[in-house]
Design a protein around this ligand. Structure first.
Ligand code: AMP
Length: 395
């Protein structure tokens, strides 16, 4: 168990909080989606209440180690200040004398924001010198950026070596607690639903969960690589041909275990990759040579939904079809609705596209936990050690 901010005394301490302020900005520099900023409020408000002096740090986009005005966090400080209802001082740099002075002169409960950590080459290189410079700004390091916790960068991991106290904020604690429990002692039946474009992104997750889950339900573009492995005709559907052998192995492994590894029994096929395409649902075992799979079919939806209805723990990562097109969003919608309707179950939706889907479809509030990290939540489910969490102090 890692220490969190509630395990330490922060009064009067300079707390450097690694947050995820990597938000979309429009041409006028307005934040167009403030979900990540809102997610940070509980940790920042708690630290303010406890009289800490708060130094926020984040990356924004990919400036690749040099200052570029378009990637400045200054507009984000303005929006965050409005949400917080308090001034947020904007530093003119990431580290250095003027930044140090600003940090040292913070009063208890005051908040400042460093410039984009990726303006410094040492950030992504996890450079010791830069980690030390960041560490000199503070007495306590708080990591609350789950979305970058799988990266070993200076502000997400390296800094912790040089700060005596390194703990998690509320966002990371919740991610670790809920996903950790689902992996170590899930209430059963434990159902894992995997979709999205590629098998290659989910191989580690499948391997790790074959021993743990009661059901693994497959959908999305990745299903066709498995169909190919079974010798089915897949038409023009997306397929990772170089992963077909691996898909065969995974199917064989699943058969050895007691897990129910399920593929869509029917598929919605279309004559082209467009919402205006002609489409129809059909048996998955032989798709027409000139058609492509775009979604799971209605029979698959009802089979999967019946399993979800009885589940006590569900982890879902990846849409069931091309949900961005309304004609091929039904499979993803049905799964999201079934999950939202099962109020007896711990439901966890991985970040990225499936998180976007449940939010867009209006089910977010009925899901126990929507992860704030796409890549990070996949690595967590693979059972990998995340450097941004590993670096924190143990309880
Ligand atoms: P991922 O990032 O791997 O979770 O994949 C998400 C993407 O997979 C979404 O943009 C979906 O449109 C896409 N996707 C899901 N099913 C299919 C499919 N049958 N054919 C092509 N793309 C798909």
């Amino acid at each position: 168990m890692k220490k969190s901010i509630t395990d330490i005394d922060v009064f009067g301490k300079r707390c450097l909080v690694r947050v995820d302020f990597n938000v979309p900005l429009d041409e006028q520099k307005n934040v167009t989606d403030n979900t990540r900023l809102l997610g940070t409020l509980p940790t920042v408000n708690y630290l303010i209440e406890k009289g800490a002096r708060i130094i926020l740090a984040s990356h924004l986009g990919r400036p690749k180690g040099v200052y570029k005005e378009e990637f400045s966090l200054a507009p984000v400080a303005v929006t965050f200040s409005k949400l917080l209802g308090k001034p947020v001082k904007m530093a003119e740099d990431v580290v250095g004398e003027s930044v140090k002075q600003m940090a040292d002169s913070l009063e208890n409960g005051e908040v400042m924001l460093l410039e984009n950590t990726r303006f410094v080459k040492g950030e992504e290189a996890n450079d010791d010198e830069f980690s030390k410079q960041l560490a000199e700004l503070c007495d306590v390091y708080v990591n609350d950026a789950f979305g970058t916790a799988h990266r070993a960068h200076a502000s997400t991991a390296g800094i912790a070596k040089y700060v005596p106290v390194a703990v998690s904020g509320f966002l990371i604690s919740r991610e670790v607690e809920i996903m950790g429990k689902a992996l170590s002692s899930p209430e059963r039946p434990f159902v894992v639903i995997l979709g999205g474009a590629k098998v290659s992104d989910k191989i580690g997750v499948i391997k790790n969960l074959l021993d743990k889950a009661d059901y693994i339900l497959i959908g999305g573009g990745m299903a066709y690589t498995f169909f190919k492995a079974l010798g089915y005709e897949i038409g023009t559907s997306i397929c990772e041909f170089e992963k077909v052998e691996l898909a065969k192995e995974l199917i064989a492994k699943a058969r050895e275990k007691s897990v129910n590894f399920m593929l869509p029994v029917d598929t919605v096929v279309a004559d082209r990759f467009s919402n205006d395409a002609h489409f129809t649902a059909m048996d998955s075992s032989g798709l027409p040579t000139d058609m492509m799979g775009m979604d799971i079919g209605p029979l698959t939806s009802s089979v999967y939904c019946a399993i979800i209805k009885k589940a006590k723990t569900v982890i879902w990562n990846g849409p069931m079809g091309v949900f961005e097109m309304s004609n091929f969003s039904h499979g993803t919608y049905n799964i999201a609705k079934a999950l939202a309707d099962n109020t007896e179950c711990v439901s966890i939706v991985g970040g990225g596209d499936s998180a976007a889907a449940v939010t867009q479809m209006g089910f977010k509030n009925k899901i126990t936990h929507v992860s704030t990290g796409g890549g990070a939540s996949l690595e967590f489910l693979e059972g990998l050690v995340l450097p941004g969490i590993d670096c924190l102090n143990n309880k």
